[in-house]
Structure formats: structure tokens, C-alpha cells
Design a protein around this ligand. Structure first.
Ligand code: RIB
Length: 319
């Protein structure tokens, strides 16, 4: 067993995750349809998802003490989503209930585990600045705060600001991706999580020939990342692991290879593990290394939250 997996025993920290919860309407298919095309699929499954819900569930499953802040609707999916998060060990008491549908997505998963996702925000659009301000003490009680962009950007920025003022570490997942991150959000966030393609777009970098990211000058990339506004960042490289930029240090994190069944929510489990690791006193590098295992485990099962392992399951899988 890799030494890093022993660190799962040390996961106990407090984490606040603010943002989305979605019911994922998921169908598997041999291959994803092109524009205007119809393909046959398997049975429809409704699964618990949403990037923030997923991050919270992943962190809680491996032992972190997690609160989620967000909004569910007045439909049947509201109880479903809160029930699944509670099962994972997430504290959902601060979640707001609003009229209308909960967040939903339509997901297709192909035979290689790749997916396409269409997101309909529903109640997630009502995670307002006013709501998060009313939750300020509960949010900032945790030393580590997780944010993504499935909530209104003003709300995300307000939480980052309150996290910064409280001295918390704010981790921002730029997903769904935008090149238009507000300057105030960048300045109030500590760590950026993006994939390699998003990083290239954000920093204006040409992607390497043949996807040879190891041949890139990562110190030059780190300089660009610092100029952009982040001293710390984690760049995921799909099946090739990740790179951690921690100030002037660059750490290459090896991939954990598995036979992928469904990659939906793997990035969220990666982020959830980093939140859990940092809040438990682990370094960013160790947290990312542990996250490689946690997200690889998630890739071997179907769905997002439904695929996440407990510390014991993950240790057993890679023993
Ligand atoms: O990252 C995966 C998640 O993105 C899914 O669970 C879906 O809800 C979308 O938000």
C-alpha cells in the first residue's frame, strides 16, 4: 500500500462547501451522440450530484467534518439530494429550501467512462449573497472553504471574501470553466483548481504537441500563475496525474491507473480530498497525492457521489 494512503487515518478536519446540489439524470451509451444525432442508451438513472455536493460528499466519506451551504427546491429531488449527502456524512442543516425545481443535469456516459453534462441550475441560482452572509459564522467556522462556479458568481465572490477575512483557506474550482473570473474573486481565493486545458486558456499558454505536459516548463507556468493571481494551484492532467504549484515549488503527482467505468464527479472527489487534507493539516502536495487515489477509486464506479469510497474502501482497493 502506498504510504500516502496511511494518511487517510489523519483526516478529521472541518470543511465548508458552498454551492450546488444536482439530481443527475444519467444514461450510459456506447458512444456519445454528435450534433443532431440519436443514439441508443441504457436505463435512466437519477443519481446525486452537483459539483459542490460531490466535493462535500467525497470529503465527508473519507472522514472530514463537512458542512454544505446551498439551496434545494420544493420538488422530490430536494429530499433525495439531502438524504444522500446525509448518508455520506455531510451536515446539511444550513441548506436553504426554495420554491421551484432543485438543480438538475442531463448526463450521458460512454463505454470509455467519458461524459457530457448539461446543467440546469434550478434552486442553485438562489444561493444568494444575502443567504451566505446570513450563514457567515457557520461558513467561516471551518479553516478550509470550497467553492465552484455552479452558483451565482457574486455569491462565490462574497464567500471568498468572507473566508479571506476570517483567515480560512479558500480553494476555488474554476468549473464550469470561465476565463472571466472577477479580479476580486481571484484576490480573495488562495488555491486554484483547474485542468490542463483550462489552465492553458486562462494563462494564454499554447498546449504542448502530443499532450506532452511533462515537457512543459512548469516554472514558467508557475510564474504566469503567480502573475494571474494564484501563488498556489493544482492542475489536473486527466489520466496523467496532476501538478501542484505551491509558491515557487512544483510537484508532479503521479497518476493512479485504473480501468475507468465513469469519470463523472472524479474531479469533484479530487477537490473534496484536497479540502479534507488541508483542513486536517496535510500539505497541498500530500493532499493532491491522496486525491489521486480517491478520484481513481471514484472512476471505477458509476455516478458521482454514488462512486465515492470511504477511507476503508479506498485503502482496500489499493492495498
Ligand atoms: O462534476 C460532475 C458534476 O457536474 C455532476 O454531478 C453534475 O451534477 C455536474 O454538476
Amino acid at each position: 500500500m502506498h504510504d500516502i494512503l496511511a494518511k487517510l487515518d489523519d483526516i478529521h478536519g472541518a470543511v465548508s462547501v458552498i454551492g450546488s446540489m444536482n439530481a443527475d439524470y444519467t444514461v450510459s451509451t456506447e458512444r456519445l451522440p454528435g450534433p443532431g444525432e440519436t443514439v441508443n442508451g441504457g436505463p435512466l438513472q437519477v443519481l446525486p450530484g452537483g459539483k459542490s455536493g460531490n466535493q462535500a460528499a467525497a470529503a465527508a466519506r473519507i472522514g472530514a467534518n463537512v458542512r454544505i451551504f446551498g439551496a434545494v427546491g420544493s420538488d422530490a429531488n430536494a429530499d433525495f439530494l439531502l438524504g444522500k449527502l446525509t448518508e455520506a456524512g455531510v451536515d446539511t442543516q444550513y441548506v436553504r429550501h426554495v420554491l421551484g425545481p432543485s438543480g438538475t443535469t442531463v448526463i450521458a456516459v460512454d463505454a470509455n467512462g467519458e461524459n457530457t453534462i448539461i446543467y440546469s441550475p434550478g434552486s442553485n441560482a438562489q444561493v444568494t449573497v444575502e443567504y451566505v452572509e446570513s450563514m457567515k459564522d457557520a461558513i467561516t467556522a471551518a479553516p478550509t472553504i470550497g467553492l465552484c462556479l455552479e452558483s451565482p458568481i457574486d455569491t462565490v465572490t462574497a464567500v471568498a471574501r468572507m473566508g479571506r477575512e476570517a483567515g480560512a483557506t479558500v480553494l476555488l474550482n474554476n468549473s464550469p470553466f470561465t476565463t472571466e473570473l472577477p479580479r476580486e474573486l481571484i484576490e480573495a481565493s488562495d488555491i486554484l483548481l483547474v485542468n490542463e486545458h483550462e489552465m492553458a486558456q486562462l494563462l494564454g499558454i499554447n498546449e504542448p504537441e502530443d499532450d506532452d505536459w511533462d515537457g512543459m516548463d512548469w516554472h514558467a507556468i508557475a510564474d504566469k500563475m503567480h502573475d494571474y493571481g494564484f501563488r498556489q494551484a493544482v492542475i489536473t492532467l486527466g489520466g496523467d496525474g496532476s501538478v501542484v504549484i505551491d509558491g515557487d515549488d512544483i510537484h508532479r503527482i503521479s497518476p493512479v491507473r485504473v480501468q475507468a467505468r465513469d469519470t463523472t464527479g472524479c474531479g469533484d472527489s479530487f477537490m473534496g480530498t484536497i479540502l479534507a487534507g488541508l483542513s486536517s493539516g496535510m500539505t497541498l502536495m500530500d493532499s493532491a497525492q491522496l486525491a489521486s487515489y480517491v478520484s481513481a477509486y471514484a472512476a471505477t464506479n458509476y455516478g458521482a457521489q454514488a462512486s465515492y469510497g470511504t477511507a476503508a474502501q479506498i485503502r482496500a482497493a489499493f492495498a
